[in-house]
Write a protein that binds this ligand. Structure first.
Ligand SMILES: O=P(O)(O)OC[C@H]1O[C@H](OP(=O)(O)OP(=O)(O)O)[C@H](O)[C@@H]1O
Ligand SMILES: Nc1ncnc2[nH]cnc12
Length: 219
């Protein structure tokens, strides 16, 4: 039984109710409606590709494996297109200068998405992996404590930053990444995730920063 549902952020526009004005993303309503319909279809495909593993990496965790999304070329391409459409739904004022991807699964799609958006890509890595001066933040996860780092100067003061990752569970990883962006003087314009586990209420740690997820689980 499929254990995931479409994220509540999905809005499908009615093409027949289109007016001549552009939407928040600056696109004409007919283009926006077509994009929303395409996004809705793609989400169903992506949900079907996720795999579920009970008691991994420790007993009690229901692990959701996003790696199959990258094993099939068509699904991989559909994922990238869906993420791009989701960023466009943030609106044209929120076009990111920098995509920040989280170690390690945010690296699977962050650079590809950054290229599509004509933005730079900057990694957040686990402590001790990068050379030179770094800023550091500690955080609690669904299964343990960890430390994240960013290299000083990787984000310039005033740059608009979108943080991306595969999953928001407790929100600890994303919140720590957001604090690193702010330490470097970046403007944190939003968070984008492939999948949300709503029961863990991770959004509550993101302090009102716009947060969009493609998919969500109902477990
Ligand atoms: O919302 P949270 O409770 O912080 O959990 C979400 C984070 O946990 C997973 O990464 P993990 O730390 O397991 O590292 P990995 O990507 O290296 O496997 C996942 O890829 C997210 O980054
Ligand atoms: N339940 C889960 N499945 C996959 N990745 C995760 N990261 C944190 N919690 C997770």
């Amino acid at each position: 039984m499929l254990a995931a549902t479409l994220a509540s952020s999905t809005v499908i526009s009615d093409p027949n109710s289109a007016t001549s004005s552009s939407d928040a993303s600056g696109r004409q309503p007919s283009a926006a409606a077509a994009g929303a319909a395409e996004l809705a279809r793609t989400k169903i495909t992506l949900l079907g590709a996720l795999k579920h593993f009970p008691d991994f990496p420790i007993p009690g965790i229901k692990f959701i494996d996003i790696l199959p999304l990258f094993q099939d070329v068509t699904t991989h391409a559909a994922l990238l297109r869906a993420l791009e459409l989701q960023v466009l739904e943030f609106g044209s004022d929120a076009k990111p200068d920098v995509i920040v991807g989280l170690d390690a699964r945010g690296f699977l799609f962050g650079p590809s998405l950054a290229l599509r958006l004509n933005a730079s890509f900057v990694p957040v890595r686990k402590k001790g992996k990068m050379p030179g001066p770094c800023v550091t933040a500690a955080y609690e996860k669904e299964y343990g404590t960890d430390y994240f780092q960013m290299q000083e100067g990787a984000v310039k003061p005033g740059q608009k930053v979108l943080v991306v990752d595969d999953i928001i569970a407790t929100g600890g990883s994303a919140a720590a990444a957001g604090s690193l962006v702010k330490q470097l003087g970046g403007e944190l314009i939003g968070y984008l995730f492939i999948l949300e586990i709503p029961v863990l209420n991770g959004r509550s740690k993101l302090e009102g920063v716009p947060t969009v997820t493609l998919l969500e689980t109902n477990e």
